[in-house]
Design a protein around this ligand. Structure first.
Ligand code: CO
Length: 142
């Protein structure tokens, strides 16, 4: 299984972005959580009633050295990364490393919703910061 899991979108303030994504577009706000490892506060949105649909994750920095703060500084708000869902992240990381596309982490780390995640640098992917995400056993926490 490989499918788009979510789009990560950099925003300065969740509360300023939510009226568009939740209210005007009609997505359901599933959760707001802090991901300490990424220094972000994340608003997770998806189509109402469709737990399997790709999500939109709005990413607000929680510290000046957050990767999202750097993105906002350099490029302003907008798409930060694309996340693909994978069954076995360790096996996928090994397979990618074997073809000269190593992940930015040596081992997966814990991301939003209890997923195990890592990233591939845009230099390896043709310009896309690509997240690999393995849902926790029993499905994502939201
Ligand atoms: Co993500």
């Amino acid at each position: 299984m490989t499918a788009i899991d979510h789009l990560g979108i950099a925003v300065a303030k969740l509360e300023e972005a939510l009226p568009f994504w939740r209210d005007a577009l009609g997505l359901e706000l599933v959760a707001i959580e802090v991901v300490a490892s990424e220094k972000v506060r994340v608003a997770i949105l998806r189509p109402k009633g469709d737990a399997h649909a790709a999500r939109v994750e709005l990413l607000e920095p929680t510290a000046p050295d957050s990767p999202i703060a750097k993105h906002l500084e350099k490029r302003g708000p907008g798409i930060h990364h694309v996340a693909m869902k994978v069954d076995d992240i360790a096996a996928r990381m090994a397979a990618l490393a074997a073809v000269g596309k190593p992940a930015m982490d040596s081992a997966p780390r814990v991301g939003a919703g209890g997923c195990m995640v890592t990233f591939l640098h845009p230099k390896s992917t043709g310009g896309v910061l690509l997240e690999l995400s393995q849902p926790p056993a029993g499905g994502a926490h939201h």
